[in-house]
Design a protein around this ligand. Structure first.
Ligand SMILES: Nc1ncnc2c1ncn2[C@@H]1O[C@H](COP(=O)(O)OP(=O)(O)OP(=O)(O)O)[C@@H](O)[C@H]1O
Ligand SMILES: [Mg+2]
Length: 352
């Protein structure tokens, strides 16, 4: 058992940590509300999330009249909620066992891979040992870390379908200290078909990761944009799901579908699975649409939405070409700071 240091106790006590079980129940309710309201115009009045700890954003009183006294000036973050201070994570004296986080959204191009790389690198900067798992045959996670994945002999594919291949045969170090990778390439596309006739086909990833869990604090699994067998494998072994999403109106509907899958996996395969949070990526506060969708997302999902929001910037496509995280390629950029802030929230919520 790991003994927590005084700083860590303080960090946990000073801010209420989110209870995954309670959150998950609230999430189911909220997402079904969102589904019912899917045809409403963005910004239509809607009952706010009951678990939010933020003050209501409305500036008018219940009878519609404006309050007489002007509201005191509050520093609002990009989510429209007051900025909260998340403490610097305390150093860890002992590592493991790892929390497994599935980075998941069946919608394509929403920032799953970018978030996996940069959240992973930021967690590593805070002294956490992190393993990234490329569970997408596109191999974008591996490419984004500068790995020539097309030429690899052993990848996650071998790990999933060949019992003689162990995790250490596939594991690679990255240029970031404390950040390791299980790479993939197009070979992985055969795995869904190969696994289909296997006994325990949904637990293949969990079995493969198990021997290394004590060495890491976090395992981040980059899922492909589908809810097929590979993604179910990630959900079946995960402690939580982080959902990267773009601020578009139809994203809300996609979240309902994802929540159905999460609920099914929780019922049938993995009772500890919880929704860890929603991270808004590619946010452009200059557009009214993005701001309206943001307020709707916060209204529906409350505290599940991370305070840390990643703005749209050309620096991210540039880092893919450079083959390294933004935290090392442009360490002082706003993008790097956003992912560091997200890492602080993730550590704070998971207590690790
Ligand atoms: N904050 C951002 N600002 C601008 N571009 C971004 C941002 N985040 C990601 N991108 C770019 O958007 C594209 C899609 O991002 P990414 O590959 O991370 O999404 P994904 O959800 O993993 O996609 P897929 O579903 O295909 O796996 C990439 O070119 C990436 O560089
Ligand atoms: Mg991706």
């Amino acid at each position: 058992m790991r003994i927590r240091g005084p700083a860590e106790h303080h960090a946990r006590d000073s801010c209420p940590s989110t209870e995954p079980g309670v959150e998950a129940v609230a999430f189911v309710q909220q997402i079904s509300d969102a589904e019912k309201g899917e045809d409403r115009t963005v910004g239509t009045p809607h009952s706010p999330a009951t678990d939010t700890t933020y003050p209501a954003p409305s500036a008018s009183t219940s009878n519609g009249a404006r309050p007489l006294a002007p509201a005191p000036e509050v520093d609002l973050g990009p989510t429209g909620r007051p900025r909260r201070h998340i403490p610097e994570p305390p150093p860890l004296a002992v590592h493991g066992p790892a929390k497994i986080i599935a980075m998941c959204n069946q919608k394509g191009g929403v920032g799953k891979t970018t978030s996996t790389i940069n959240l992973g690198a930021s967690l590593a900067e805070y002294g956490r040992r992190v393993l990234l798992v490329d569970l997408d045959p596109q191999g974008a996670l591996s490419a984004g870390l500068g790995v020539a994945h097309h030429d690899l002999d052993l990848t996650v594919h071998n790990l999933l379908v060949e019992p003689r291949v162990g995790i250490d045969d596939v594991l690679m170090r990255t240029r970031v200290e404390g950040l390791d990778l299980l790479p993939s390439n197009i070979d992985l596309s055969a795995a869904e078909i190969q696994l289909v006739s296997e006994v325990g086909r949904e637990q293949a990833l969990g079995r493969a990761l198990y021997p290394a869990l004590d060495r890491y604090d976090y395992v981040l699994v980059d899922c492909q944009p589908s809810l097929g067998l590979l993604t179910v494998n990630a959900l079946a072994c995960a402690d939580s799901v982080i959902i990267p999403m773009e601020c578009e109106f139809f994203s809300l509907r996609g979240l309902a579908l994802l929540n159905d899958t999460v609920a099914k996996v929780r019922d049938r395969l993995n009772p500890r699975l919880a929704v860890g949070g929603i991270v808004v990526t590619m946010f452009d506060s200059r557009t009214l649409h993005a701001r309206e969708v943001m307020s709707r997302v916060v209204e529906v999902f409350g505290d599940l939405v991370y305070d840390s929001v990643v703005n749209r910037t050309v620096k991210f496509p540039e880092t893919s070409v450079a083959g390294e995280p933004i935290t090392t390629w442009a360490p002082k950029s706003g993008g790097a700071e956003s992912y560091r802030a997200l890492a602080r929230e993730v550590i704070h919520r998971s207590g690790r």
